[in-house]
Design a protein around this ligand. Structure first.
Ligand code: CUA
Length: 303
């Protein structure tokens, strides 16, 4: 019915269907009895209520049946879950790095990719990490989900069993663009995987300017990919004409080295029209002049 693209998907679905089925039986059963009782014990037939007290058989029955049902649910959940915690030793290892609001995947040899590519029918262990807050790595088609917690490495494993492309989502609310925090997992043949893996570059060395931007938390408000967060995106900002308010006077400035310096050191001097004043603090004494130049170089590079 739904795509089951990993070795664990069937077990998870079975547990789900069992619980859903039991829920459905109760829905129909309780509704039926309710309607039946409303008719049977209506006031015109039973004008006086009777008090019923202690019925051992009934009490034992309504304890044992629910216990059996709960144990049945537990059984199906447990047999689906147990193998997921039993890690294979010969699996391929990939590190998953999560941050606000993107995924990246690090392959052996420090190769980095922003989508996850996996060979079909081969076990993979994912080592899940976070650079900032708690995220949750979620692939619905694999029925697999695990939290990414800063300062900790969580693991999950599975065997992708169907060639295809599936969604990767973040399942833990992690801030403004949580719902945009997505990627893809592509399951391919072993040969295609090898070809792809040979072609990806080594983990890119981060430009100095970008490292400074990240270290100072700028990306919390300024995206690097054109998306509008709290403030303007850094992408394509350099060289742009911007309408700003300086002491209430509206005028147009060009985003150049000088404007970037002013915006970092005195963010409230020329405030971009439409943006609130006083949200950004001054970085005077926090970001050095030489670092401002490196940031500017970086901004020039992301047009
Ligand atoms: Cu990351 Cu939600």
């Amino acid at each position: 019915m739904f795509t089951e693209a990993s070795n664990f998907a069937g077990g998870v679905d079975l547990a789900f269907v069992v619980i859903l089925g039991i829920g459905f039986i109760f829905l129909v059963g309780i509704t039926t009895v309710m309607i039946w009782f409303v008719i049977k014990y209506r006031r015109s037939k039973h004008p006086k209520a009777e008090q019923i007290k202690d019925n051992t058989t009934l009490e034992i029955t309504w304890t044992l049946i629910p216990v059996a049902i709960v144990l049945l649910m537990f059984y199906y959940g447990f047999i689906a879950f147990r193998p997921q915690r039993n890690f294979p030793t010969d699996a391929m290892n990939v590190t998953v790095v999560s941050k606000m609001w993107a995924w990246s995947f690090i392959y052996p040899g420090d190769k980095e990719s922003d989508i996850l590519v996996l060979p079909v029918n081969k076990a993979v262990v994912l080592n899940l990490t976070s650079l900032d807050v708690i995220h949750s790595f979620y692939v619905p088609a694999f029925r697999q989900k695990e939290d990414c917690v800063p300062g900790k490495v969580n693991r999950m494993w599975f065997i992708p069993t169907m060639i295809g492309e599936y969604n990767v989502l973040c399942a833990e609310y992690c801030g403004m663009n949580h719902s945009y925090m997505e990627s893809k997992v592509r399951v391919v043949s072993a040969e295609e995987y090898q070809k792809w893996n040979d072609a990806i570059p080594n983990k890119a060395v981060e430009p100095e300017g970008l490292a400074i931007i990240k270290k100072n938390g700028c990306t919390g408000c300024h995206s690097l990919d054109g998306l509008k967060l709290v403030s303007s995106s850094f992408k394509g900002l350099y060289g742009k004409e911007s309408t700003v308010l300086t002491d209430g006077r509206e005028h147009t400035v060009k985003v150049d080295d000088e404007y970037i310096r002013t915006s970092i050191m005195e963010p409230d001097r020329d405030v971009v029209k439409g943006l609130p004043k006083g949200v950004m603090k001054s970085y005077k004494g926090i970001i050095k002049d030489s670092d401002v130049a490196k940031i500017t170089d970086y901004l020039k590079s992301i047009k």
